[in-house]
Design a protein around this ligand. Sequence first.
Ligand SMILES: *[C@@H]1O[C@H](CO)[C@@H](O)[C@H](O)[C@H]1NC(C)=O
Ligand SMILES: *[C@@H]1O[C@H](CO)[C@@H](O)[C@H](O)[C@H]1NC(C)=O
Length: 428
Amino acid sequence: MSSSLRTFYSWIGPVVVFLSVPQCQATILGDAIVSGKPLSLNRCLAAAASDINLNAVSTVCHEDIQRFYCRRVRDVASKRYTERFVSGCVAGGDKDPELVFRPFHRATIAYVILAHQFPENVKRLVSRLFVPLGTIFAVHIDEKNPSMFNELSIWVVEEGLDYAVQIFSELNIVRGGPNMLHAELLGIRRLLNHTIPWDFCILLSEQDYPLRGNAVLAEYLWVHRGTSFVSVDEGECERDVSYQCGDRVVSLSGGVQYPKIPGMRYASGSQWFAITYQLAAVIGTHLSNSSTIVGTILHDLITVKQPDESFFQAVVLNSEFCSRYSDYTLHWTDKDSMREVRSLTSEYNIMSPGVLIFPRDVAKVSEVRDKSLWAFFARKFDNSLQSTQLKDSLDKLSKQNSRKVWTRVQKHQVPALWRSLASDSSDF
Ligand SMILES: *[C@@H]1O[C@H](CO)[C@@H](O)[C@H](O)[C@H]1NC(C)=O
Ligand SMILES: *[C@@H]1O[C@H](CO)[C@@H](O)[C@H](O)[C@H]1NC(C)=O
């Protein structure tokens, strides 16, 4: 039996993902997908070892990966993948909006921050975004870096920030695998459980930095209250079955696409999101109940490659929130700087955006600030001097012209204004 071992996906840092299934060869999973008639669990378990390159994962996972594989085989014929999914997205479900007067208050923001290597970046990001009673944080540190976890745990106590900033480290995160999404969900659950109430949850990484003042974002979100920001691309999405063991993610379907749930809408898109409390609360409470829409989506996506770039997309498309999201994120990434980089641990190249530095990127970042009013965060930054200097210049910029100019509207003008807004938006 020939088996190939090659990198199929990696994005940042030290992460390498190995694809380790025999190519172009009949497998139990491939046969089950094509025929819709899977082997029994016992027959699958007896034969699974020859389909899976067990050498690619540690022996502690050998039994589990075979069970995982055979459950995926069995699932092909389960009700979940043969009966039509009932979407929670009801056309015209939202009533016509009514004009409701509300007192202005800036949105309270709960941040989930994913980190694995730059403690100073996390300290600076949290300090920069911190607003007493206006922001709270759940920061996940990759379990591969326990000293960073210790350093930040001590830091939040020393700074007296522990009531607002939770540092936790529960998962080994590998790009392409399920733990990135699991860490985001654990962060959301912690924030939902927080005593400080909030309006929006925003996902950031330690390599992000704000482009504007905190008050500008909090006002923008208040104006957009009820709207989640999730970038949704309903093109082809890959359904490559994958399994994580330690710091390895293994592809088990060798390029064969796992079936979709009939009737479910799928999409992929940027991992970065800003979601409303209401959406986060539905996710947090329904997550572990596989009879719910959120639970069904999680159960399905967590077994395929890169679920962090498809979960929130599927949730907004298939739930009551389908008419309450905007198809963009609040992050700006310099797409022109995407380049191939070599990984230290692999002979294969990966794609990654370049690090933003001073003074080279000042003009570019200023232009984004001026022209892209949706852009509240830029990425990516590292801990180099030049990257830190660019943050210094962003801090200075964010103090200038950071406030929007608001114009007073007379009450009698409101109906006309509303009609004009409504007709404008129908052009989109
Ligand atoms: C939620 O908060 C309660 C009380 O502070 C705590 O006991 C519990 O462990 C928390 N749960 C999570 C998921 O953080
Ligand atoms: C799981 O969700 C279903 C469907 O919404 C609901 O009927 C059931 O009570 C839930 N189970 C639990 C344990 O919450």
